[in-house]
Design a protein around this ligand. Sequence first.
Ligand code: MN
Length: 338
Amino acid sequence: MNNTTVSDNNWAAMATELDSNDPVLIATHTNPDADAIGSALGLYYLLKALGKRARVLLEEPIYEQLTYLDPDGLCEHYLPEGKLEFLSGERIFIVDAGALHRLGKLNDVLNVEGMRKMCIDHHMGDGAGFDCAVIDTSASSAGLLICELWDYLGRELTPQVAHVLYSAMATDTGFFRYPSTDGRTMRMAARLLEMGIDPEAAYRNFNESRRWQVLKVFSAALDTLESRLDGKLATLYVTREMIEREGVQYSELEGLIELPRSIRDTQVIALVVELNGDEGSPVRCKVSMRSKGSVDVNKVCRTMGGGGHVRASGAKMQCSIEETLALIEREVAKELNL
Ligand SMILES: [Mn+2]
């Protein structure tokens, strides 16, 4: 399937998929963020409203900072038990991830022959491997797309679903600051606010609910902060040792990369996180990049086998932290014509 964007036609194809009475399994990317969890639950509530059987399956339990999104514990998780029972005729809807490999270990167990796979996403991707895909890179979050799907199907959003979808939209736009924040986003956010969403509580739940140990890792990471390319590139890293010492989950590092954004004149921020190399995976570290200005970090990450958005991208690397940092510096220098 070629790259698809939202149009009535594509939602029409998705609506046909939603119309079936076969059970639905909703999944999302590994280390799910608030948009992943919010859009998955938003789709779950929609299917329930339509009288369908549905469940949300994550790779791992939701990390503590985001448990407020799922107070009833609706999301199931595959790890650490590693057990998954399929229901007869089950179909898979994947949200906030445009490629099956982004599901991590779930991809290995979900790649069941004959299962229909659907995708609703806003990252750059080609929809390969899906039977039906709505991939709209102009949408600021997957949560926004799920709101629009509720509208397309003529269903009234409930306060319960408004809560998770507002969080999805707010967090993926840096609380409505990133350039992806547009009129379409704000009009939908306005509707959710008018349903009684408390914007301060949504901010507090997400930004002021970290554990002490997470800040200890942030502190260690900030010690590695380095100014490169005449201050235009800020790099920092997290080692496996820092993570293990404080007992934090990788997903709890969300937000760390935003801290160096506050440095004046910095155009690109790169965070390298050393992975635990489980099950002999050749991937040694993960790169996250943010651009404050003109540098296209999607282009930079693509040269390293990754990708994402123009101002927020990532890649997985098979080399050391030092080698990765050197590679990043070289590629960003090219983009800055240095
Ligand atoms: Mn997203």
